[in-house]
Design a protein. Structure first.
Length: 267
């Protein structure tokens, strides 16, 4: 099953309410979502997509976790995971805006498979790791290359800006996906294929990461592990439409706007 969160923007008593919904197989043809509360069918045109995790926990992100991406950047593959953390301020949902900061030269997407933790655990073994995964989603972990002083330690200006971690459209249950060891990972910018990879190139897989991270800290429901991105970079500009898609999971759309348009009166 696919689980999503939306803000109802249509007319009526539900206006302004956040809703938990399921996305049925019929969605592709009907454009309707199903409320988890009462089973009511809701038109996609009447909602704004939100990040699918209502109360996000720790957001783990992996650097250089695809062999082809490490080669692309002329780095040796890491010998242990290169992990950094992201704040909830970076999150946004499917079909929402993300901004290009003023006065930069290069901003690129990063299409990533995200494993969502479903239950609390500490010192989890690799063999038991998948029991702690609730499901998967897609994220686009945008990066500002201008400020990337060290690929091993992305600084605040590179990875921590508002809106630059779109996630979604939904979380799909682990058992509905099955084997994740060779899923196709693609990004299209304005319809042009700019990233074409596979999770087979992941260096540290999900069971390894669950074991590794849980040795350091307790994993809790709502924690997310963004597993890195394959090769393929392109500079983003206001007006661009970016679609990150992972086989069996979903396609996440993001629209790039200027910093002034994004912040409006707060600019």
């Amino acid at each position: 099953m696919k689980h999503a969160r939306v803000l109802f923007t249509g007319a009526g008593p539900l206006n302004g309410q956040e809703l938990d919904v399921t996305v049925e197989d019929s969605f592709a043809t009907t454009g309707q979502l199903k409320s988890k509360t009462d089973g009511q069918l809701i038109n996609e045109s009447d909602v704004k997509w939100l990040s699918p995790i209502k109360e996000p926990g720790t957001i783990f992100a992996l650097g250089l976790n695809y062999a082809d991406h490490a080669r692309e950047l002329a780095f040796e593959p890491p010998k242990e995971p290169l992990v950094f953390l992201k704040g909830a301020n970076t999150l946004t949902g499917h079909k929402q805006n993300a901004y290009r900061p003023d006065n930069i030269k290069f901003q690129h997407y990063e299409c990533e498979l995200v494993a969502v933790i479903g239950k609390e655990g500490k010192n989890i073994s690799r063999e038991d790791a998948m029991d702690y995964i609730a499901g998967y989603t897609v994220c686009n972990d945008f990066a500002i290359r201008d400020y990337l002083e060290n690929y091993y330690r992305p600084n605040l200006r590179v990875k921590s800006r508002d809106s630059l971690l779109p996630v979604g459209p939904w979380i799909i249950d682990k058992d509905d996906v099955g084997d994740i060891s060779s899923l196709k990972v693609t990004t299209h910018v304005n319809g042009e294929l700019t990233q074409d990879g596979t999770t087979a190139d992941i260096i540290f897989d999900v069971p390894f990461l669950v074991e590794y991270l849980s040795k350091i800290m307790t994993l809790k429901p709502g924690d997310m592990i963004a597993t890195g991105t394959p090769e393929g970079l392109k500079d983003m500009q206001p007006g661009d439409k970016v679609v990150c898609e992972i086989e069996k999971i979903g396609a996440l759309e993001t629209y790039i706007v200027s910093e002034q348009e994004f912040y409006g009166d707060k600019y």
